[in-house]
Ligand binder design. Structure first.
Ligand SMILES: [Cu+2]
Length: 114
């Protein structure tokens, strides 16, 4: 298992945020998902439209990506590791982790959900 540096950075950010309590305090990147130490955060969800082995991209109909200021849409994401292409198939509901690479959002981890 590779270390997922972005997730570590995000976790550090979350940990650095003072605990003000839950009520009425929204940082804009707050999430109800508990942070699992040492694991990339699968905090984005969507459904696979296409897995393209040639371009190494996965097309996902995704929900809003609050962390990246993106509304729900269908788009193709490059993957960080081509091995990820084999983990999902068209029609799968998925959770996935992203990291920003220049102009692109790259999938660092993806997992089918039931
Ligand atoms: Cu998008």
């Amino acid at each position: 298992m590779k270390p997922f540096l972005l997730a570590a950075a995000l976790s550090a950010c979350a940990l650095a945020t003072p605990a003000w309590g839950q009520a009425g305090h929204d940082h804009g990147h707050a999430t109800a998902t508990p942070v699992k130490t040492g694991a990339a955060q699968l905090d984005n969800s969507g459904e696979i439209r296409r897995v393209n082995q040639d371009t190494k991209k996965i097309t996902i109909s995704h929900g809003p990506l609050k962390a990246f200021d993106m509304p729900a849409m269908t788009m193709a994401f490059p993957v960080k590791d081509p091995a990820l292409l084999g983990k999902v198939k068209q029609g799968d509901k998925v959770k996935f982790a992203l990291e920003k690479d220049g102009e692109n959002l790259v999938i660092t981890l993806i997992e089918a959900v039931k």
